[in-house]
Design a protein around this ligand. Structure first.
Ligand code: C5P
Length: 307
């Protein structure tokens, strides 16, 4: 049976980073919000045990797919292989990915591919896996995979993969300004370590911010905008100084808040309405500070089967 799943991108409303652990990961206190910006994966079982993969950009989506690997380096490919191994599946699968999320952007597009591949393959192979089973496997593929499965708004502890749902009210409107040239997540974390060691960056308290939690509960975009916080912003700006102009342009357009998304280089700006989001996007386009600008509402669902 052919199965089709879609998985959301994310922004981190809070991304607080602690000192690097022995396993090379950093402990996080983060608040994820799922964006209505989707990766689609269609899984068609095949009898010969092989895994094949194709990648396309969604129609109209400003997504450069040239750099996306189509072999075992691809996280969706690894998701299918891990699932087959865990469940003793001899079948293979043809995976067709349609990307709506920018590549290497700090919006977890690759993690969304893995989440969608897990859900599509589990259905296509009729494994009877629960969401909890898939989340456990997802955490082995990457720290952001469990949240893409989960969706909505959630606090993430540990590597960001220990999730607790967060209560929110209403809809939020985001503008995402993307760059053609990606930033490597490990490089941004390494720059964070360097800045802390040099005394240029003060480690923050490893606590959820009350201002973010209460703004979400009240559905208060203005307060949320003021409370956005990303410890990886300074390191991302150090590695990609051109992002300073994107932040400035979003502020000129009176965004309620603006920050580097995750490890960057995407910049996320919060608007008070869909209309305001479109106005900020138009301003960013005119300022020519980003390679592409998209808008997205949030919170979106987690990974779901389509059709
Ligand atoms: O888990 P994922 O493959 O998404 O992480 C990519 C890299 O980002 C890790 O190898 C690590 O260098 C860095 N990372 C980290 N701390 C986290 C998440 C990611 O240092 N909590």
């Amino acid at each position: 049976m052919t199965s089709h799943a879609k998985a959301p991108a994310k922004v981190n409303l809070q991304l607080t980073v602690g000192p690097v652990r022995e396993d090379g990961y950093h402990p996080l206190v983060t608040v994820f919000q799922a964006l209505a910006l989707w990766e689609h994966v269609v899984a068609a079982p095949r009898a010969d045990g092989r895994i094949t993969l194709t990648v396309d950009a969604a129609p109209g989506a400003p997504v450069a797919i040239d750099a996306v690997p189509t072999d075992e380096r691809n996280l969706a490919w690894r998701a299918a292989a891990l699932l087959a191994e865990e469940y003793g599946i001899a079948d293979g699968v043809d995976l067709a990915i349609t990307k709506g999320v920018p590549v290497a952007g700090g919006m977890a597009g690759g993690s969304a591919d893995a989440a969608a591949a897990l859900v599509a393959c589990a259905d296509a192979w009729d494994l009877g896996a629960t969401r909890a089973d898939l989340a456990r496997l997802g955490a082995r593929l990457g720290a952001d995979v469990p949240f893409s499965l989960h969706g909505h708004t959630a606090m993430g502890l540990g590597r960001g993969d220990e999730l607790t749902p967060v209560m929110t009210r209403g809809e939020f409107h985001w503008v995402l300004a993307t760059q053609a040239e990606g930033l490597s997540t490990p490089a941004v974390f390494a720059e964070y370590d360097r800045q802390v060691a040099a005394g240029d960056l003060e480690p923050s308290d490893m606590r959820a911010r009350d201002a973010i939690m209460s703004a979400l509960l009240a559905g208060d975009a203005e307060s949320l905008g003021a409370a956005l916080a990303n410890d990886l912003e300074a390191p991302a700006l150090a590695l990609a100084p051109r992002l300073g102009a994107v932040l400035a342009a979003a502020e000129e357009a009176e965004a309620l808040g603006v920050m580097v998304s995750g490890s960057g280089p995407t910049v996320a700006a919060l608007a008070h309405s869909r209309r305001h989001a479109l106005a900020i996007a138009a301003h960013l386009d005119a300022a020519r500070v980003a390679d592409a600008v998209v808008t997205a509402s949030a919170p979106a669902s987690g990974t779901v089967l389509v059709g």
